[in-house]
Design a protein around this ligand. Structure first.
Ligand SMILES: [Zn+2]
Length: 299
């Protein structure tokens, strides 16, 4: 599933012009970005890559000002792919590393990322679990001399003045389900926005809906790999995404994504992109337009 990663060299990117859509209807703009604006060297782009790590999450974000964030790092055995991906993209430093919640499919490779790369700050929710994977992560953070920042709703991560990075969840109380501790984050650039949800379940989604926070986003990382326990109608109505990304393993044991969730998104006219079908999925925003780059065709 990950053997196709060599296609990521810039000259082999396949731009899906048909997937390039205007997202800011109130600004005059061309329907398609000029190709020159999509070259990796262009300085004023927000890039969001959903790495194909199977039944897990790993998202690389590069801001217009050249700052880097990594949200989750797949399962333990995804690390070699993640490492290669970062190196191929000439990334040696990660300004922010976020472990959305301490399940292996999110923090599995994070200890080795922290060991091997220069890291600015680490964000984890205020919850622990008694697994070797989690202990390995804490040890890596300690060995690197880093501290853990526990985000709360409304916290802004001031990384790049060009973008607004805001924490939406979890709230500052206890949850029954570890998934609901997932750090949920929204990144806005110009009039485009991305929402990252980890494995937040209905409980957290409805808290966000009732919090009055602005959840609107053009691209939604569908929570919990498309499980039917997330992606409530109320949440989707608030986010009102144009694209939904489902990070999911082919033929996984969980039945993810749930057919109900696919139907729910489709009924809203949301364009669904799945890592099990499309491989790694890359978005580029210039603040007005969002473009999608896929590395092999979606069937
Ligand atoms: Zn997960």
């Amino acid at each position: 599933m990950k053997g196709h990663r060599k296609v990521f060299s810039g000259i082999r990117l396949i731009l899906l012009a048909a997937a390039i859509l205007a997202v800011c209807i109130f600004l005059p703009q061309p329907a398609v970005l000029p190709e020159a604006a999509l070259t990796p060297a262009s300085p004023a782009l927000l890039k969001v890559d959903f790495l194909d790590v199977g039944q897990a999450d790993c998202i690389l974000i590069r801001t217009p000002g050249g700052k880097t964030l990594l949200i989750d790092a797949g399962n333990n055995n995804d690390y070699s792919f993640i490492r290669s991906y970062l190196l191929e993209n000439e990334i040696a430093h990660l300004d922010v590393v976020i472990g959305t919640h301490p399940h292996e499919d999110h923090i599995g490779g994070l200890d080795r990322v922290i060991n091997d790369f220069s890291v600015g700050s680490v964000y984890l929710p205020k919850v622990t679990t008694n697994t070797k994977t989690f202990r390995d992560l804490l040890l890596a953070i300690k060995d690197k001399g880093l501290s853990i920042t526990t985000p709360r709703p409304g916290l802004e991560i001031n990384l790049d003045p060009a973008v607004d990075i805001r924490i939406l969840a979890p709230a500052e109380h206890t949850y029954n389900d570890l998934n609901d501790y997932s750090i949920v984050m929204k990144i806005s650039y110009g009039c485009t926005a991305f929402l990252f949800t980890g494995d937040a379940e209905a409980v957290s989604e409805l808290e966000m809906v009732h919090s009055g926070q602005d959840l609107k986003a053009d691209v939604l990382k569908v929570a919990h790999h498309g499980s039917e326990s997330s992606s409530t109608e109320a949440f989707l109505a608030e986010v009102a995404p144009q694209y939904a990304v489902i990070s999911v393993g082919r033929d996984n044991n969980y039945g993810h994504p749930a057919p109900q969730i696919i139907d729910r998104l489709s009924a809203r006219g949301v364009k669904i992109l799945r890592t099990d079908e499309a491989g790694t999925i890359c978005f580029i925003s210039d603040g007005r337009l969002i473009s999608v780059i896929l590395h092999h065709s979606v069937e």
